[in-house]
Write a protein of this length. Structure first.
Length: 243
C-alpha cells in the first residue's frame, strides 16, 4: 500500500472536488495557429526553445503533439508507424501535412540515408552492444552508489527509532524493524522501501509506519518470533546434551 488510509481518503476528496480534465482535442487546437488550407499551421505551445518536438499531456504523459493530432484527425497509430511531415517542419500542425511512414523513411527524409534491412539491424545491434558495454563498465560504481544511498536512508530510520536494539547492537546492517502489531502493518520496512521517496514519502508514509515498529537486531528479532519459549528451548538443549 503506497499511502495510509487517511491519505487515500484525502486524495479521493481532491479528485472529486478538483476541476474536470478538459478534452485533449480542445487543449490541442487552442495551441495551433490555423492559417490557409495548404499552409503550415505553427505550434503556439512550448517547444523547449526549438530543441524538441511539440508535446501535449494526455493522461499525465507527454505525447508528441502532431502524433496526437494525427490520431484525432485520422486514425490510431500502429506501433511501428512514424508520423512525418510533407513540409519538413516539425512544428507544423496542419493535418494535411502529416503522413505515415517508418523509421527508414524518417532516416532517408532527414539524413538522406538509404538503409536496407541488414544495415538497419547492424545499427540496432551496435547500439545494443554499446549499451551493454556501458553497463558493464559502470556496473560496480552504480552498485556501490545504490548500496550507499539505501544505507543512508536506513540509518535515518534507525536514528528515528533510537539508534540501537535493546541489547545494545547498533550496526545498521544487523538492525531490523519489528511491527508490534502485525495487523496494523501496511508494508515491510526494508532498505529498498526506505529509498523510494516518490512512492513512500518520509513524512506521510515512512514515519507513520516506523511509529508502529520497535528497532531490533536480527538476533533479538528471530528470538521474538520463536514459537517455543526460552524455558522449553533450554529443556531441549539439556535433553540433547545428555542424549
Amino acid at each position: 500500500m503506497a499511502y495510509s488510509l487517511k491519505n487515500q481518503e484525502i486524495i479521493k476528496k481532491i479528485k472529486k472536488t478538483g476541476p474536470k480534465p478538459r478534452p485533449i482535442a480542445d487543449r490541442l487546437w487552442e495551441k495551433i495557429d490555423k492559417r490557409g488550407e495548404d499552409e503550415c499551421w505553427p505550434w503556439k505551445g512550448a517547444n523547449g526553445n526549438g530543441t524538441r518536438p511539440p508535446t501535449i499531456s494526455t493522461g499525465g504523459v507527454n505525447q508528441t503533439a502532431y502524433r496526437v493530432l494525427f490520431e484525432i484527425s485520422y486514425r490510431p497509430i500502429e506501433k511501428d508507424e512514424w508520423i512525418l511531415h510533407t513540409c519538413n517542419n516539425h512544428y507544423c500542425m496542419n493535418p494535411k501535412h502529416l503522413y505515415v511512414g517508418n523509421r527508414l523513411d524518417w532516416a532517408k527524409k532527414w539524413h538522406g540515408i538509404e538503409y536496407d534491412a541488414d544495415h538497419h539491424e547492424a545499427l540496432r545491434q551496435r547500439n545494443v552492444d554499446r549499451v551493454k558495454a556501458h553497463y558493464q563498465k559502470n556496473k560496480e560504481s552504480k552498485k556501490t552508489y545504490t548500496q550507499e544511498y539505501q544505507m543512508k536512508n536506513k540509518i535515518r530510520a534507525i536514528n528515528y527509532l533510537g539508534g540501537s536494539c535493546k541489547c545494545g547492537e547498533d550496526h545498521p546492517s544487523a538492525l531490523q524493524f519489528h511491527h508490534r502489531d502485525p495487523s496494523t502493518k501496511s508494508f515491510s520496512i526494508t532498505s529498498k522501501e526506505l529509498s523510494t521517496p516518490k512512492k513512500r514519502p518520509w513524512d506521510t508514509v515512512i514515519v507513520p509506519e516506523l511509529d508502529k515498529c520497535d528497532l531490533l537486531c536480527s538476533n533479538c528479532h528471530f528470538k521474538h518470533h520463536s514459537t517455543l519459549s526460552d524455558e522449553r528451548i533450554n529443556q531441549l538443549k539439556d535433553e540433547m546434551s545428555h542424549g
